[in-house]
Design a protein around this ligand. Structure first.
Ligand SMILES: Cc1cn([C@H]2C[C@H](O)[C@@H](COP(=O)(O)OP(=O)(O)OP(=O)(O)O)O2)c(=O)[nH]c1=O
Length: 627
């Protein structure tokens, strides 16, 4: 894929997508971009009449969305991203801008205007490069837009209302989604389809190419104006970065003939580990076709990779290399008291997996390992990795039985039923408790930012995090919302063990711990309750008990639920679906299922933010009494 080098330019950068749109997240993720999702809080209220053309409105809104996130991350989260991407999609017909319908009547008005006519869809995009100078945020904005023309068929009243009642129009510009049911309304599309869905990927890549690969003066390959350069052009015109994992062959080929193709063998592995087979076509243009069943091979190797990660974590190899710097395999083997040949194989495997780097000085941690695998790093997932090895791995080795019997196999691996796991917490040894809490703490820490910032929660002052364990989310909340006071409500055995998880150097006076069982005891008063990674664990009956209790909270108070939300087909994201494999009592739910569940207990205005990361976030409000 020739796109890889353009997107690859962003690999080492902290890229943020300032959008809650699941479509944008999907388009960019499918293109191989790695990014964090921080939805923008910018209110789309710019005065439309002040723009000479509709697309200017979309571009300006996209820019403001991105700048709001860049500023918020810099000021509130104290993390300056490298690149923030914002986008805004509008539909225009007869010079009028249509955004998302506010209700069904509005959707009806929009769709009947579009019926039988051609309209334009504009997506404005802003790419904001950020840097921090003397603690001030500096930004450089590149923006552009793309137009796609769409013609609707004549829509009968019946079809129109059927479509509106499907619920699809509500979160989409112009009141339709071309990628789903709305596709049935469309007679033709002229231009970039993805632009209609919310993100003009092709033009975005061209913009990146313009930014990162300005045409050099003396290249032999001519980059056609307004095109995405091919792999070969990149190799020659770029700053020497090789996108292949097999750097040596690329570099040597480049040296031999600076204007020629990179891979002498005719085969070069791209950043995804795919083999691109170069073929000369008659006019001399090189084409790449991917033919290998790479995805299947990756799946076949998945368990080997997981286990290599588990074992190196268990042996504390990442801690050792962080402390000592580059080391030979012999030295590592001596330190971790393992065989030299076995250690060397493990170190090479970790290098192949991108967890370590290897050069003439020996092995050292890759950035990923320093960030997440060193046991005392700020965002360490070390304890969660051990939990995956000790607790989840045995469960998945019993998967066949789990499928045949329809049970979770907890009874085989731990001698306990799933519903007893949490209840039996108090009977575990202190070490086991500490280990379980450490695992939950590490995963809560890396997801806390997403959960805390998915919505603007500044109006809530008294918050209760039910089952909040070590308080990782609570501390993040008070960091972002200094006015907030958060009570973490959890089992007595959890609360007595939280002291070692208190963050150092942070004001902890606004976080309180209260012990109790949320199924049995009275819940602390709050105007915002949080259930993070709780609901998926429990049976319908238990959830009924818990939500019934919350349903009597004061009207106007809110509930924030953090879970991985499945798509409506219940097949995506894969990580949630895979997690379901070993569940019996609990289950994962789709957005609609969460909405229906929460509404059943009197919560309304259910808003769902798909973060694209581990946890998605749902906010809903307890209905005001009608009396
Ligand atoms: C026309 C059309 C729009 N859309 C969507 C794309 C956008 O998500 C949405 C337009 O609203 P936007 O305000 O552009 O985006 P958003 O509110 O979804 O997300 P954010 O502001 O956080 O970036 O409509 C479709 O999914 N399919 C379509 O066919």
């Amino acid at each position: 894929m020739a796109l890889n080098p353009v997107i690859g330019k962003l690999v080492s950068k902290r890229v943020v997508l300032a959008s809650a749109s699941p479509r944008r997240q999907e388009i960019l993720a499918n293109a191989g971009l790695r990014f964090e999702v921080v939805p923008s809080w910018f209110k789309e209220t710019l005065e439309k009449s002040s723009f000479a053309a509709p697309y200017e409105y979309a571009v300006e809104t996209a820019k403001q969305k991105a700048l709001e996130v860049a500023n918020r991350m810099h000021l509130k989260h104290l993390r300056t991203p490298d690149v923030v991407i914002g986008a805004d999609t509008i539909v225009t017909i007869e010079e009028q801008i249509l955004e998302k319908p506010v209700d069904k009547q509005d959707a009806y008005k929009m769709l009947s205007r579009l019926s039988g006519k051609e309209h334009s869809v504009f997506t404005g995009v802003a790419i904001v490069h950020c840097s921090s100078k003397d603690n001030r945020l500096e930004t450089e904005v590149t923006d552009f837009y793309e137009e796609t023309k769409v013609k609707f068929a004549e829509l009968s009243e019946e079809l129109l209302w059927d479509y509106i009642h499907s619920g699809e129009p509500m979160d989409k510009a112009g009141g339709y989604g071309i990628q789903a049911l709305g596709g049935m309304l469309v007679e033709y599309v002229h231009g970039d389809f993805l632009n209609v869905v919310g993100f003009p990927l092709n033009r975005f890549c061209k913009k990146l190419a313009e930014l990162y690969y300005p045409p050099p003066k003396h290249t032999i390959h001519h980059i056609k104006h307004d095109s995405i350069p091919s792999v070969e052009t990149f190799e020659i015109s770029s700053d020497g970065e090789c996108n292949s994992s097999d750097n040596t062959s690329c570099k040597s080929a480049k040296k031999q003939n600076s204007s020629e193709i990179i891979c002498t063998s005719g085969k070069c592995r791209n950043g995804n580990g795919n083999y691109n087979v170069s073929m000369d076509s008659q006019n001399g243009v090189k084409e790449n076709t991917t033919q290998f069943p790479t995805k299947l091979l990756q799946l076949l190797d998945g368990f080997k990779a997981s286990k290599a990660l588990f074992v190196s974590s268990k042996l504390k190899i990442f801690d050792l290399l962080k402390e000592k710097g580059a080391m030979s395999s012999v030295d590592v083997a001596n330190q971790v008291k393992a065989s030299v040949c076995g250690t060397e194989r493990l170190l090479d495997a970790c290098t192949a997996l991108g967890l370590l780097e290897k050069n003439h000085q020996g092995y050292s941690n890759a950035e990923l390992a320093n960030l997440y695998l060193v046991s005392d790093s700020e965002s360490s997932l070390y304890n969660f990795v051990l939990y995956c090895n000790d607790r989840l791995w045995p469960l998945y080795t019993h998967l066949e039985l789990a499928v045949k019997e329809g049970t979770s196999q907890n009874h085989c691996t731990l001698g306990k039923k799933e519903e007893d796991l949490f209840q039996d917490f108090c009977y575990q040894s202190t070490e086991m408790k500490q280990r379980f809490m450490s695992a939950m703490h590490s995963i809560a820490k890396v997801t806390a930012r997403d959960v805390a910032s998915a919505f603007d929660l500044s109006q809530f002052r008294v918050v209760c995090d039910l089952g909040g364990c070590t308080g990782a989310l609570a501390y993040e909340l008070v960091e972002i919302y200094p006015e907030m006071k958060v009570t973490v409500f959890d089992l007595p055995d959890v609360v007595t063990n939280v002291s070692s998880f208190q963050p150092s150097g942070q004001n902890t006076t606004q976080v309180f711990f209260s012990s109790g069982d949320f199924f049995k005891d009275n819940l602390p008063e709050a105007d915002l309750y949080i259930l993070s990674r709780v609901l998926h664990d429990w049976s319908e009956e238990k959830i009924h008990t818990l939500l019934s209790k919350l349903s009597v909270c004061k009207p106007g108070s809110a509930l924030l639920v953090a879970e991985t939300v499945l798509d409506e087909k219940r097949t995506c994201p894969a990580r949630a679906v895979l997690q379901s494999l070993t569940m019996t009592e609990g289950k994962q739910r789709s957005g609609l299922e969460y909405q229906q569940l929460l509404e059943k207990y009197g919560f309304t205005n259910v808003q769902i933010k798909i973060t694209g990361n581990l946890l998605d976030v749902i906010l809903c409000i307890k209905k005001m009494s009608t009396h």
